[in-house]
Design a binder for this molecule. Sequence first.
Ligand code: SF4
Length: 506
Amino acid sequence: MKNKLSLGLSKSLYTRGLQCSKSLWLKKYKREVLAQPDEATQAVFATGDVVGGLACQLFPDGKEVPFHGTSFDEKIKLTQQWIDEGVENIYEATFQYEGVLVMVDILHKEDDGSWEIYEVKSSTWSAKKTLKSIQKYIDDAAIQYYVLNGLGLNISKAAITLLNSNYVYVDKLDIHQLFTHVNVSQEVEALQEGVISHLQLFQQCLSDPVNEPDIDIGAHCTKPYPCDAYDYCWKKQRNMPDYSVFNIFNMGVKPLKLYKQGLVNIEDIPEEALTSENQKLTVDAWLNKAHFIDKPAIQGFLDRLTYPIYHLDFETFQNAVPQFNQQRPYQQICFQYSLHIEHEDGRLEHKEFLGEEGTDPRKALIESMIKDIPDGVTVLVYNESFEKTRIKELAKDFPQYSSALNQINACIMDLAEPFQKKHYYDYRLKGKYSIKLVMPLLAPHMANGYKELSLVQHGGDAMNTFPKLEGMDEETRQEYRKALLAYCKLDTFSMVEVLKGLRGLL
Ligand code: SF4
């Protein structure tokens, strides 16, 4: 490179810049406008730490550059010292070249003295995936290669280490089966020219700390990562309404074309832009602040239900690293269900199951569910693909119960159907049909039901709570168990009330 760079860039700033140079500029000079990582993002970071730590065991007896308590200069010095001492595996090896700082998850020395770079990610990989789907990780590896190569290290391999989605835990964790290395050496080498031109572009962008880059919003705001300047660019700078052209069409050419023409409000959408019946109905309802009720279609749906109706809802959690037999990475593990049994005379019974913390809850859940749900009854769920898929997985992983589980699956009906098919639609649904949105409209007396719950108020809370129960003291654990039961119970009670509301429309 002709001009020596002095960027003060890290690997994450480099990849941020690849997504959008304005985002890079904001991170450097106007951090206060960026959103803080939410709970879900923090959970992803925590998972990354666990997976990263485990992957180091693939290259044992290495030395880890401590993240806390050392400056970057000290990290770089320590890395160099260990290289000089002949350490073969260095975790978080830290290097700086022309103002670009990188930390290599795993740096491994081969017998011939060359080095291998392993970038560890907590995403999954299977043979069905393409390299394009992990391009963002290849870009991570490319900047590391650039730095290490620039410093004169002989890099013989760059790989992305991912979780093998086909791995199934049996009796104990086999990390060699759990992880898979995707060799991206060729791709990384091919990107080197591009790395140089990107760095020059970023240098130019960052050379002006006063004037924000003039970059418009677009598809790059969510890909490959949701940008943390979203609220700033979309809402503050462009006054984008909560419900806009971007909610009517999938992000792509059409809403961007309308946006470029200055059309962002639903009211602005020209009729000819609406191509599907669904879009027309959604827009029409919004413009007229209306709701639509297709009574014959709703009646047809209700006629297919037979009493007693078993309203069923599951709660699940997932781990990146499996811990139970027959568990795969990120497999959803059912740990709880609620069942409201609605009789024809209006009588309501309630049954429930909540697994024991620290154990695989699935077998006990299956046995309880089979006991609670008789053959041939109507099993009503909301959004059947979730429950049906979970039951199918349970049948596969516990074949001794497959016949009873398949029987339950065959009896499932979907309460979301009348809303998904727009037999009932209200403009306040804004194109969606989740039960949390439908319930306040059809059962307004329950509108505050979830807000009034303590500790667990949504599915994400439940998902995060169950794995944590084990580490809680007895009193706290009992409080959280009660909260989980109350939450799931409200889910199926909401279904009962929504069904009642649906009948009331006729
Ligand atoms: S929201 Fe979009 S335009 Fe704004 S900084 Fe992020 S990616 Fe760039």
